[in-house]
Design a protein around this ligand. Structure first.
Ligand SMILES: Nc1ncnc2c1ncn2[C@@H]1O[C@H](COP(=O)(O)OP(=O)(O)OP(=O)(O)O)[C@@H](O)[C@H]1O
Ligand SMILES: [Mg+2]
Length: 337
């Protein structure tokens, strides 16, 4: 990290170690629990502490745009009104489409015209599977990681799914798989070379083989991602104080643990605010009962999950944006260092 990219903005900026490499923070959780809200608030905290921060959103509904009341796209742009904070939005559907076009282009160069249509049809089908969506998105995440040099902290609104993580967290398995594919490819090139000796001079086609080099590049990308995820990343999960959300969090925790990527902390969002002691009537009674139920659930979360609850956030009357976001950020109380 060069000095010039780490501008000193406030008094507490000096407390931050500006010399270290980029850190990545993934904020996961099921639909609607508050990932965008929490990751935006956290990114704001980081920027306020003097860290050059990028928030990366993959939300098709573009809620980062809603939170900051500004449009973003594929390229990081400064967030207006917040020093040291940039944002970008990745459109997963567009990523899958581009991934597909890319593959087609490469195959067109390598296949005879007759086979192209057949392969196109197969590829179209393969890209309708959920795995393709995740693979394309994750490739994009890796690109962001590779270009993260200008930032001290990159916050991903949405952690990769369990399936993708397992793939990345098992480098041995993955490397073994790619190595086998590479060996197969080498073997078939070898056969081809031997067969060619009959009618013409043998050609060395192994060097510069496009498929081999693609496999090699893919292996290196995954190795890089695995290293970043294990060495420079932390994971947080957001949940709500309801039974469904608690169960789902339990599953995600297990998945991430299986992938050897432990979750650092849980953020419980949307807790019911307690009425003032003098307040009475049905509304107040209802709120007190809810508060009590949620308190029991929170205790259970703290007792049963071996991951600490690092923040609790109350439900606001309105959507979290603008000054309300700063209020929530203060409530987060997570160390940004
Ligand atoms: N503590 C809160 N108080 C009031 N509103 C909240 C709170 N947390 C989140 N919200 C609102 O709830 C909605 C969903 O929150 P958010 O967009 O952060 O969830 P998400 O997990 O990112 O959702 P998605 O899975 O759709 O991306 C938003 O309109 C947000 O403003
Ligand atoms: Mg969201």
């Amino acid at each position: 990290m060069s000095e010039s990219t780490t501008t000193t903005r406030s008094e507490d900026a000096t407390a931050v170690d500006a010399g270290s490499e980029t850190e990545f923070v993934f904020v996961g959780g099921k639909g609607g629990v508050g990932k965008t809200t929490v990751s935006s608030a956290y990114a704001l905290e980081c920027a306020d502490a003097g860290l050059e921060t990028l928030i990366v959103s993959t939300d098709p509904a573009h809620s980062t745009a809603d939170v900051f009341e500004q449009e973003f796209d594929d390229d990081p742009q400064p967030v207006e009104g917040y020093d040291g904070l940039s944002a970008m939005e990745i459109d997963p559907d567009q990523e899958v489409e581009e991934h597909l076009m890319d593959l087609k282009r490469q195959l067109n160069d390598q296949l005879s015209a007759g086979m192209v249509n057949e392969v196109d049809a197969q590829l179209e089908m393969a890209h309708q599977t959920p795995g393709a969506y995740e693979a394309a998105l994750f490739d994009r995440f890796i690109e962001v990681m590779r270009n993260a040099d200008p930032y001290d902290r990159v916050v991903f609104d949405t952690s990769p799914t369990g399936a993708t993580l397992r793939l990345l967290a098992l480098p041995d398995l993955l490397e073994g798989w790619i190595d086998r594919l590479m060996a197969k490819r080498e073997h078939s090139i070898d056969l081809y070379e031997k067969a060619a000796i009959g009618n013409q001079a043998p050609r060395r086609v192994m060097d510069g083989d496009p498929i081999l080099s693609r496999l090699q590049a893919r292996k290196e990308r995954f190795e890089f991602a695995g290293e970043v995820l294990r060495g420079q990343s932390s994971f947080y999960l957001v949940l709500n104080p309801d039974e469904l959300s608690i169960r789902e969090t339990q599953r995600s925790l297990a998945q991430l643990r299986d992938a050897d990527l432990p979750v650092e902390g849980l953020v419980v969002n949307r807790l019911t605010p307690e009425p003032e002691p003098h307040e009475e009537g049905r509304g107040a009674t209802y709120l007190r009962q809810r508060v009590e139920t949620e308190r029991e659930r929170l205790e259970r979360i703290e007792r049963e999950f071996d991951v600490p609850v690092v923040a609790t956030i109350e439900t606001r009357v309105e959507e979290v944006r603008g000054s309300l976001l700063e209020e929530v950020a203060a409530e987060l109380n997570v160390s940004v260092n």
